[in-house]
Design a binder for this molecule. Structure first.
Ligand code: FAD
Length: 509
């Protein structure tokens, strides 16, 4: 923090001209899965608090509205990607994008959260005034106005990537290619790929989703990968959920399946860390079963250990089935150059293509591109440490919703929302107006915020806040441990500093 006066020109002038600004107890930034969940918890716990959700786009749903590529779907199960408070009722555990969007819309509508969303409101800058104990948020509206809103508590639910564009490395010869190049983040609605030769560059969740989906109608789809990823098939419909149907009430069934999936994914993650060789063989076993002994399994044998990078799940082994049918294939090689008719690879091999899809990933963007200032001094998030993975050291009355990297996003964003409510309750009951995480223990050392070695994380590490070596600055990436800590650990833990004149201490948390 306290970098330079470089953003001074951007800094909103607080107080004087903000007295007329509309004021909220809480401002939520983002109307995606996290923002709608945050709003639910907030209005349920505090019916009297006023809040609004600022949404940059003119639509609800975030990720699940933005991505429109063929086959777009979740890559974790909906019993854990769904909210704890609203059961996922569809039979499909791995759900398609439109169904997830509908689930978010219905949730917002059922709890009248949709009325709190201000569409076309992009939060650009937030300035904390210690004198006023509030944030002033500068917002660009879709009709080209800039407005200011103030709030006591700022809650960022803006996801983790840049909505403007995806990551595109750029290759030689792209301009001479006579076919079509598309990025999954900007899928042309009218793109016709029937009977076309398609190459999908990439090996992550998006590539393994796109390849079988396009292979249904394309002439052939090649997945061109520089290096392999771990790919694990799982049933599209959860057999345990299927078995429970009709035997127990729907809400209980949801809780049971959710916990089964939490425990199973935690077990698989822990086993991957402790016995990587056994896990490698176990994962590969599914591919061997689906593809037969003649397949070249080097395409499915990564150089890293399971869960060094995110594992890709494929429902009902759809990718393997497309490969087995011969409508899709995997090529492991490096792209040398685009040609007029396709791609030339380092090995010299040529891939002829009518369409090339660059499934090369996302650009990580922190806080939805918002800048933060405290009393006129810009905050550099990379110099902060995350408190419980959801607040930044020395940044007052501020929380960020970020999901797990090794489990469903919503598990953590739900816990974060519950914790924010506990924190606000604690402040209300003690009459505090400000809470700020302070790292005072010198024995706590800095560590990278995220342990994954995936490209999009490596590219962004210098922007991200650090985590600490000990609780409450250390991330567990473990739902059961986080649940205990977020729900039951004392709020006043010595790391959170509370200020403001205490009115009467009416209760303890
Ligand atoms: C294709 C794809 C598939 C995925 N599948 C899974 C999965 O299966 N399981 C899983 O756990 N995770 C998955 N993820 C991660 C996914 O992003 C999360 O699961 C979840 O949707 C994130 O929700 P969110 O609300 O936090 O963020 P988002 O969905 O990104 O929503 C953020 C919202 O904030 C708005 N916003 C951003 N900046 C601003 C600003 N400055 N001002 C105002 N509004 C702003 C955006 O417009 C958007 O509406 C997937 C991601 C992608 C891209």
């Amino acid at each position: 923090m306290g970098e330079s006066a470089a953003v001074a020109a951007d800094t909103p002038r607080p107080l004087d001209d903000d007295r007329r600004a509309e004021h909220f107890d809480v401002l939520i930034v983002g109307a995606g899965l996290s923002g709608i969940g945050a709003a639910y918890h907030l209005q349920t716990e505090f019916p009297a608090k006023n809040y609004a959700i600022l949404e940059a786009r003119n639509a609800i749903g975030g990720t699940w509205d933005l991505f429109r590529y063929p086959g777009v779907r979740s890559d974790s199960d909906m019993y854990t990607l769904g909210y704890r408070f609203r059961p996922w009722r569809d039979a499909k555990a791995i759900a398609d994008g439109p169904s997830i969007l509908e689930y978010i819309r219905e949730t917002a509508c059922e709890y009248a959260i949709d009325r709190k969303i201000r569409y076309g409101h992009r939060a650009k800058l937030a300035h904390w005034s210690s004198a006023g104990a509030r944030w002033t948020v500068e917002v660009a509206t879709s009709d080209d106005r800039t407005i200011r809103l103030t709030c006591n508590f700022l809650y960022i639910c803006s996801g983790y990537y840049d909505y403007a564009e995806g990551y595109m490395p750029g290759w030689p010869g792209m301009d001479r290619f006579t076919g079509t190049i598309v990025h999954p983040q900007k899928w042309p609605e009218a793109l016709d790929y029937k009977d076309k030769r398609v190459v999908v560059i990439g090996s992550g969740a998006t590539a393994v989703t796109l390849v079988p989906a396009m292979a249904d109608t394309a002439r052939h789809v090649v997945m061109l990968q520089r290096s392999p990823t771990y790919i694990l098939p799982l049933p599209a419909e959860d057999p345990f959920a299927h078995w429970l149907r009709g035997k127990v009430p729907a809400r209980l069934a949801y809780t049971l399946v959710r916990w089964k999936n939490v425990l199973l994914s935690t077990y698989l993650y822990q086993k991957s860390r402790r016995r990587p060789e056994a896990m490698k063989q176990w994962i590969l076993g599914f591919a061997k079963q689906a593809l037969g002994p003649d397949y070249d399994f080097r395409h499915l044998s990564p150089r890293y250990n399971p869960w060094d990078q995110r594992l890709c799940l494929i429902p009902d082994a759809d990718l393997f089935r497309a490969i087995h049918r011969g409508t899709a294939s995997i090529v492991t090689d490096e792209l040398d150059t685009f040609t007029e008719t396709g791609l030339r690879l380092r090995s010299g091999q040529e891939l002829v293509a009518d369409i090339v899809v660059t499934a090369t990933g996302l650009k990580v963007l922190l806080l939805g591109g918002m800048k933060l200032c405290i009393d006129g001094a810009p905050v550099n998030p990379a110099r902060t440490m995350t408190y419980k993975g959801m607040m930044y050291s020395d940044v007052p009355n501020f929380a960020v919703s970020l999901g797990y990297t090794n489990a469903s996003w919503t598990l953590k964003s739900d816990l974060t929302a519950e914790y924010v409510c506990r924190l606000l309750k604690h402040m209300d009951s003690h009459g505090y107006s400000v809470c700020t995480p302070r790292k005072r223990d010198p024995s706590i050392t800095e560590q990278p915020a995220i342990g994954l070695t995936s490209g999009y994380i490596r590219r962004a590490l210098d922007q991200l806040p650090k985590q600490g070596s000990k609780r409450p600055w250390r991330l567990h990436q473990n739902y059961a441990l986080d649940m205990l800590e977020f729900r039951f650990a004392p709020i006043a833990d010595g790391a959170l500093e509370f200020t403001g004149v205490p009115r009467v201490a009416r209760a303890t948390s």
